[in-house]
Design a protein around this ligand. Sequence first.
Ligand SMILES: [Zn+2]
Length: 263
Amino acid sequence: MKVFSIPIVVVALALCGLGSGCGSAMLSDEHLAKKAKGHFSQMKKAEKLSSNASHKAMVNRIGNRIAGIAQVDIPGTEWEFVVFEKSEANAFAMPGGKVGVNSGLITLSGGNEDEVAAVIGHEIAHVALRHSNKRMTQAIGIGVGGVILETAMRQKSDTNRILARGAYGAGTAVGLALPYSRTNEREADHRGLLYAAMAGYDPRAAVSFWKKMVKSSGGGRVPEFLSTHPDPKNRIEFLQSHMDHAMALYKQAKEARGEKPNP
Ligand SMILES: [Zn+2]
């Protein structure tokens, strides 16, 4: 595990002025994107990358298609999609449009492109909704940032551990944000479902994917992705409650592409 240079929260606080009342001012998107870019490139050096050409092509194809839809909500983003060679079924995203997908997630989906799109849609939605930015601003507002800063000054390795806990999607070694709230997760599930559908991916795959996740945990250890995300049963019900809307968007998108929707 590499030690990363300047912890993002510390930088954010320095800009904000600890205790000087940031009010509800948001941290700048540009600043977060720049920091995330640095962390992501360090991560790519530290972790094993996939050499599976079809996995890489699939993730890039999905990512570019969904990012094309999300672009209207977060213009000018430099999206990047990387497949990490890791068995845990997981994915994450960072501010500025850096998205990582583990090979284990693709394996769990059985190579089902619609299912992988459901997860990538969710991650892209976190970025488009600026969840990391909001959580950090909020944390600074309630003083959590102060605790992190204090720890950071005492011991650098602690900071990395705290930051690691907050990685988008969880389970990665590098974090740039504090853990999401349940509301954030709901928003990302909803928005991600619609994004994937508008990009022409079958939104029902979100449900089949989450069923596979539940099954794969087999009553044993809950995968990290699940433990930090909403209860999968509630999640499936929530996704189902928006399925009519998503299906309508999916059918429209398929028609526009001159393709037939799945029955
Ligand atoms: Zn999430």
